[in-house]
Design a protein around this ligand. Structure first.
Ligand SMILES: [Zn+2]
Length: 207
């Protein structure tokens, strides 16, 4: 049975009435079998946005690590990277962005020194550049000092059709979609646990 890792964040397009609960620390949930999730705060990109509303994940294979979404700022990306390093010192091979929204991609810069492949939909690079001015403006408006160093890092491995990423003892199948939540959506399926990472193609909300 496919297990869904649901991204409970609130996007620019799907507002949620549920009030967020403050996070005092950057917590990681060990889902099991090398799959880890950080739950972002349940907020919209509006007053109170702090760059950490996206559920980020990482998958540890025998050869290295794949990161799935990086949060909305360099600060969040750094927190995620620190959390990964507490789990494993294996190389970070892939940084995958599920779609263009800023809360998913602006932590990428934290992983530049790891020299991973940055993986995203074939249209992701163009869409990031097209929206750069607007998203940079949002970041400086809401993130304050955390906006510093929060820069775009574009994909180096564009996904035009399904592609398998090899982590050694497990493979990740990346599938691109046409227009859905955005025109840059991809999903990632882990072969070892049948976990499907849906990005913002799936929301669960009581709001
Ligand atoms: Zn989104």
């Amino acid at each position: 049975m496919t297990r869904l890792v649901c991204y409970l964040m609130v996007s620019l397009l799907a507002a949620c009435a549920q009030a967020g609960v403050g996070h005092s620390a950057f917590s990681i949930e060990d889902v099991g079998n090398g799959v880890y999730v950080h739950h972002g705060e349940h907020l919209d990109i509006d007053t109170g946005y702090q760059g950490d509303i996206c559920n980020t994940s990482f998958v540890v294979g025998s050869n290295g690590v794949a990161v799935i979404d990086t949060g909305g700022s360099l600060k969040v990306g750094n927190q995620l990277r620190t959390a990964i390093r507490k789990v494993t010192d294996k190389p970070i091979l892939y940084v995958i962005n599920t779609h263009v929204h800023p809360d998913h991609v602006y932590g990428n810069a934290a992983f530049l020194d790891d020299k991973p492949q940055f993986v995203g939909h074939a249209k992701l690079g163009d869409m990031m550049q097209l929206r750069k001015e607007a998203y940079d403006k949002l970041n400086s408006q809401y993130l304050g000092a955390d906006a510093k160093g929060t820069v775009q890092v574009l994909p180096t491995l564009p996904i035009k059709e399904s592609l398998v990423l090899d982590l050694g003892d497990r493979k990740l199948t990346v599938v691109p979609y046409l227009v859905a939540h955005t025109n840059t959506d991809i999903t990632i399926m882990d072969s070892k646990t049948s976990t499907l990472f849906t990005g913002d193609l799936l929301f669960i909300s009581s709001g």
